[in-house]
Write a protein that binds this ligand. Structure first.
Ligand SMILES: Cc1cc2nc3c(=O)[nH]c(=O)nc-3n(C[C@H](O)[C@H](O)[C@H](O)COP(=O)(O)O)c2cc1C
Length: 260
């Protein structure tokens, strides 16, 4: 998918919890399984596709599948789960499917029983995928109201900013604002100081790092659209200022550089 297509998916994505009474076609399931295999290979995760996810849910409706988002017990793996899981979400959304990240409202014990994960690994969330209902259900409207009473703008997520944000970073953050996060808490704190952009979450050894991974991907997509082809470091280069602050390392497009 192109970067532009990812942006379209970000614009169109909303968590969907009501699906049609029709299972995904075999062709779509096969494509999702291929994406899962590719992510596991690239990022060393333990994502697993489950054909019929309905037995693990009580408040979601219709027929849907899910990806179990699992891996080793580390901060980096939590972030990668968010980053790579969201890349699959956006590809599904672009092709008209409905998705929802879920870490609370499903039967986690039943999932552990079903998948027999090695004891050193953990399930961080699941992602439901199905054909979304044309209209939002009452449950969806109620959940939306509950989670969107107060929404942090991206400006609210910036902790320090000692000069005007470059356009690429401001746009990246505007796409972070559109991303999913558990109970819509948008927990990532960003700083732009001395020309360096960084981000962190207060409790990196929690599922807030999954939210951070999702935010990282949205930021990278936004920055890239404005000519900054950067990546997030995994090393905390700011110790001992705070625990786990990670830096965004920009790399300008050749074309942009020659225009400077
Ligand atoms: C890690 C994570 C966990 C989530 N857990 C749940 C959940 O347990 N149940 C649920 O209905 N939605 C869950 N959500 C969806 C959020 O509520 C949703 O992303 C947020 O309210 C923003 O709404 P939007 O996704 O429609 O933009 C989760 C999202 C993330 C990223």
């Amino acid at each position: 998918m192109t970067n532009e297509q990812y942006i379209k998916a970000i614009e169109n994505r909303h968590s969907r919890r009501a699906y049609k009474q029709k299972h995904l076609s075999q062709e779509i399931k096969d494509v999702i399984k291929q994406m899962v295999d590719a992510v596991n290979e690239e990022a060393g995760l333990d994502l697993l596709f489950i054909d019929d996810a309905t037995p693990f849910f009580s408040i979601f409706s219709g027929k849907f599948s899910m990806i179990v988002v699992a891996g080793d017990d580390s901060q980096k793996v939590r972030e990668n789960c968010g980053y790579f899981g969201e890349s699959i979400v956006l590809q599904c959304v672009y092709h008209g499917l409905g998705t929802c990240w879920v870490s609370g409202t499903y039967n986690e014990n039943k999932v552990y029983e079903a998948i027999k994960l090695p004891s050193e690994k953990r399930v961080y969330a699941v992602i439901t995928i199905g054909y979304p209902k044309d209209r939002y259900s009452l449950v969806e409207k109620t959940m939306y109201k509950a989670t969107h009473k107060k929404c942090k703008s991206y400006q609210d997520m910036i902790e320090v900013c000692d000069e005007k944000l470059p356009e690429a970073y401001a746009y990246g953050l505007s796409l972070v604002e559109k991303g999913p996060s558990a109970v819509n808490r948008r927990p990532v704190k960003f700083r732009y100081e001395n020309g360096e952009f960084s981000g962190y979450v207060d409790e990196p050894y929690s599922d807030k790092s999954v939210d951070f991974g999702i935010a990282k991907l949205h930021f990278v997509i936004g920055a890239m659209a404005k000519g900054v082809n950067g990546k997030w470091s995994f090393e905390n280069v700011f110790e001992p200022v705070d625990g786990q602050r990670l830096k965004f390392e920009p790399k300008m497009d050749e074309e942009e550089k020659s225009n400077e």
